[in-house]
Design a protein around this ligand. Structure first.
Ligand code: SF4
Length: 357
């Protein structure tokens, strides 16, 4: 593999909570993403995964700000650019043509008083670099993209968002996000609030689109089953930090952080015996009162005094190429084991990885 398409170094993001106060929602994140990879950011609500996803495109809401670090992209022309140093005009051209986002909640992501075709017109005209988009060109491009996601342009283009079902809106949002052929696509909870059948067809659609367009994907999810279906790599987040990262097989078959293992142990198998599930005791810490040392220590069965002293950093567990490494931030990772083999829905990708190996 060549250089990463996206390198995140020591990225921290805070939200202002008062005139001179703020809370850190993402702290010291390092990530590398290579061309064509699909990375799942997983963790409980409030762990910082959506904030990190928004930060990757500098799309944080008003009170959020990136307080340190760098976000370096390899652009389509092969040059490298730090997103944090881009001026407003550069950012406008970067977004949607180099990296795009599918926001959480298909129901609310469209402006309700604008027809679908006009959402395409706005995106194509605002984010293209100098190309003139006539009405006919917009309709042709939008129609082509809608057909790609198996929507009927005649039915959808002139519709208002409320005239589409949740699944149709999600497909239209994905079509809109890839309108300018971005290299990186960030999706926030792409199947949440959709019924099971629609979830299945969106997952299938994403597989097909990746194959066809070859984009690199980051998706944010609390659903480990979805991560297993779509991800080559998984990064677990806890209290604003990445605490484990590895291939889907590393994470679902051999997690080395007690929190990742706890998340997997809490997944009910879809077939066979229904085991008694063990939940992770306690709650994630408040961002305003983080424990000293490893933030997971109040909930961790393996915690020792050492865990309560210093921040625990990610440590490489493998000597594979960096694109495929397994890393963990745990002082006692050699003691961590799953209670049982991964449930079937988590084993699917790991098995297909085996088949492809
Ligand atoms: S560093 Fe210590 S407290 Fe943190 S997860 Fe590992 S064993 Fe548990």
């Amino acid at each position: 593999m060549t250089d990463p398409i996206l390198s995140v170094r020591d990225l921290s993001i805070a939200y202002r909570t008062g005139r001179k106060e703020s809370v850190t929602a993402v702290s010291g994140v390092d990530l590398d993403l290579y061309e064509g990879q699909s990375l799942a950011l997983v963790g409980e609500s409030g762990c910082g995964k959506t904030t990190l996803g928004l930060g990757l495109l500098r799309l944080l809401p008003g009170l959020g700000e990136i307080t340190s670090g760098s976000l370096t992209y390899r652009l389509k022309d092969g040059s490298r650019a730090d997103l944090l140093k881009m001026k407003k005009e550069q950012l406008r051209r970067f977004r949607w043509s180099e990296a795009a986002m599918v926001f959480q909640g298909a129901m609310n992501a469209f402006n309700p008083v604008i027809r679908i075709v006009d959402h395409f017109a706005d995106t194509l005209r605002d984010h293209s670099d100098g190309k003139r988009w006539t009405k006919a060109a917009v309709e042709a491009r939008a129609g082509e993209l809608l057909e790609t996601v198996r929507l009927d342009p005649d039915r959808v283009l002139q519709s208002y968002p409320h005239e589409l079902s949740g699944g149709m809106k999600q497909r239209a949002l994905i079509a809109l996000a890839i309108a300018l052929d971005p290299q990186v696509l960030v999706l926030d909870e792409p199947t949440t609030a959709l019924d099971l059948l629609t979830q299945r067809s969106i997952v299938q659609q994403l597989h097909e689109l990746r194959k066809k367009f070859g984009f690199t994907m980051v998706f944010i999810t609390h659903d480990l089953g979805l991560a297993a279906e779509l991800a080559d790599r998984v990064a677990t987040m806890y209290a604003g930090r990445v605490i484990e990262t590895g291939s889907a097989r590393d994470i679902f078959y051999g997690p080395r952080h007690p929190y990742t293992a706890g998340l997997i142990n809490a997944v009910m198998p879809v077939k066979g015996e229904r085991p008694v599930l063990e939940s992770i005791p306690g709650y994630p810490p408040s961002l305003k009162a983080m424990p000293d040392g490893c933030a997971f220590n109040p909930r961790c069965a393996f915690a020792t005094d050492e865990c309560k002293r210093d921040r625990v950093n990610l440590e490489l567990l493998t000597d594979r190429p960096l694109a495929m490494h397994h890393s963990v931030a745990c002082l006692h990772h050699d003691r961590v084991r799953l209670q049982r083999t991964a449930p079937e829905q988590l084993a699917s990708v790991a098995e297909s990885e085996n088949a492809n190996a």
